[in-house]
Write a protein that binds this ligand. Structure first.
Ligand SMILES: Cc1cc2nc3c(=O)[nH]c(=O)nc-3n(C[C@H](O)[C@H](O)[C@H](O)COP(=O)(O)OP(=O)(O)OC[C@H]3O[C@@H](n4cnc5c(N)ncnc54)[C@H](O)[C@@H]3O)c2cc1C
Length: 470
């Protein structure tokens, strides 16, 4: 059995690796942090600093009462996060968002980790499977994991379980869909394994609406691939606008085929095309647009997809995209403590686990750090409750996401930002004047109630894990 004097090895000094190193060292366990830069570079990083922000300098909304990413910030602050404390120290004016001076931020993280007596930073690429005397490892090598290490990971997980591009279709909050227009039904009422025969939400289109939709797709702006990303199209997963460009009937014979479905609101009229949405999380609060992976710019996606009948007021938990992104089929290959089923010495953290975003990546680093400390100190590992932002994210990557597309046999796990659709429902407290809340006011009250509950439960979880590992 390992002792707490043995270090935890962390591979990758990005957002997740830096946070994990800090959490572990602050709890009295030593760390060796392996970072390949500057010896080996990635296509996006520019410096040799730890926790470098590769693109935007924004950590998005900092409003913990109304925004799930703001809530994640706040939970991380409660856990003594280095990423949040460096961000708060180097923040720049950005309205309700938390934007940072990227160099000041990265320098701060690098300095604090360098100066920590329990952290040793070793520069150099890890190219092979970890040696047997590394008894606790956290792999946090991010969306641009080096090719050599990717091969090692694939040899452990199986080739199909590590993806190199994401292909994300927009995801919509179910409660923003208009069911006076849409209806639940599976094509030909097929139940399939685990289904009910009414698993899809269907949005019907007339011929005129379909033609307008095609014209809008044809004239919309798309995001270009970066030169180093290549063009990762494969036939089973073409962007919707590329399919539409192949001919006016292509979508009607593909993801928008109108067969095997009857509109209960209008049973005698056959729809010309139908957009289908499939449940995306076990809670049933999120639905993804089937076959709608896209490179359209975000503004164009919202504008065009809100023209689909029934989606006029759709709220998007995330918009679609296609990027270079190395990530695991985590629900299959990781356990609930982020350990690799094939080699329990190894935990994964950050974007490679299937979360998306700077803060989400750092948050999973924070959790991996806590779990590694508990293991090193022979304490029980508890995972944060599903009602917390950390717990909701962890649940998405290790179980909450619905795996396996029964129709195509393919995998549906795709990276996800934190959002309120990942949290369990809550009863909103009744206003003191007894009046029923509606619309925006109701949503606001609901978000606040979810956030207050989350912070309370997160603090409880922290108290437990901190006491257990002292
Ligand atoms: C081009 C691009 C732009 C992005 N823009 C944004 C954005 O604007 N906003 C946002 O929220 N998110 C963005 N993301 C997504 C994501 O949140 C960030 O990539 C984030 O940095 C992920 O954190 P991480 O710690 O998982 O990985 P990283 O921060 O990338 O850290 C991984 C580290 O591992 C090192 N490494 C890799 N392989 C090895 C190896 N074999 N041995 C040793 N070290 C290794 C790398 O050098 C790197 O330092 C972007 C991603 C990409 C690729």
């Amino acid at each position: 059995m390992s002792t707490s004097t043995e270090p935890v090895h962390i591979i990758g000094g990005g957002l997740a690796g830096s946070e994990a190193a800090w959490q572990i060292a602050q709890r009295g366990v030593s760390v060796i942090l392996h970072e390949m830069r500057p010896d080996v570079k990635t296509d996006a990083h520019q410096t040799d600093g730890l926790a470098e922000l590769v693109c935007s300098n924004s950590f998005r909304s900092d409003d913990w009462e109304n925004n799930a990413v703001g809530l994640l910030h706040e939970e991380m602050r409660h856990a003594g996060s280095i990423i949040m404390s460096a961000a708060d120290l180097h923040k720049l004016p950005a309205g309700g968002a938390l934007a940072v001076d990227r160099d000041g931020f990265s320098d701060e993280v690098t300095k604090r980790l360098n100066e920590h007596p329990l952290i040793k930073i070793e520069r150099g690429e890890i190219t092979e499977a970890p040696p047997t005397d590394w008894t606790s490892i956290i792999v946090a090598t991010g969306p641009l994991t080096s090719k050599n290490l990717s091969k090692v990971i694939q040899s452990l997980t199986g080739e199909d379980e590590l993806a190199f591009f994401d292909a994300i279709a927009p995801i919509i909050y179910k409660d923003s869909i208009d069911f006076d227009i849409c209806w639940f039904q599976s094509r030909y009422d097929k139940e399939g394994p685990g289904g009910t025969g009414a698993d899809y939400i269907n949005c019907p289109m007339t011929e005129e609406q379909y033609n307008e939709f095609l014209d809008a797709l044809a004239s919309a702006d798309t995001t270009e691939f970066k030169e180093w990303e290549g063009t990762p199209y494969f036939e089973g997963c073409l962007p919707i606008e590329v399919m539409a460009g192949r001919g006016r009937e292509t979508l009607r014979y593909g993801p928008m085929k109108p067969v095997g479905l009857t509109n209960p609101h209008n049973p005698n009229v056959k729809a010309h095309a139908i957009v289908q949405l499939r449940q995306d999380n076990a809670l049933g609060s999120l639905y993804n647009m089937v076959g709608f992976q896209t490179k359209l710019k975000y503004g164009a996606q919202t504008e065009i997809f809100q023209k689909i009948p029934g989606l006029e007021n759709a709220q998007f938990a995330r918009l679609g995209g296609l990027h270079r992104n190395t990530f695991l089929n985590s629900p299959k290959v990781l356990d609930s403590e982020l350990r690799l089923n094939a080699d329990k010495r190894m935990r994964f953290a950050g974007q490679i686990t299937g979360v998306e975003g700077y803060i989400e990546s750092a948050a999973i680093g924070l959790l991996a750090g806590h779990f590694a400390v508990a293991e090193r100190t022979n304490s029980a590992i508890t995972t944060p409750p599903l009602t917390t932002a950390h717990g909701a994210l962890l649940n998405h990557i290790t179980g909450g996401h619905l795996a396996g597309n029964t129709e195509t046999g393919g995998k549906t796990f795709q990276p996800m930002n934190v959002n309120f659709g990942l949290f369990p429902e809550i009863e909103i407290p009744k206003p003191v004047d007894g009046k029923r809340l509606r619309g925006k006011e109701k949503n606001r009250a609901k978000r606040r109630a979810v956030s207050v509950r989350a912070l309370e439960h997160f603090d409880g979880w922290l108290d437990n894990t901190n006491t257990a590992s002292v």
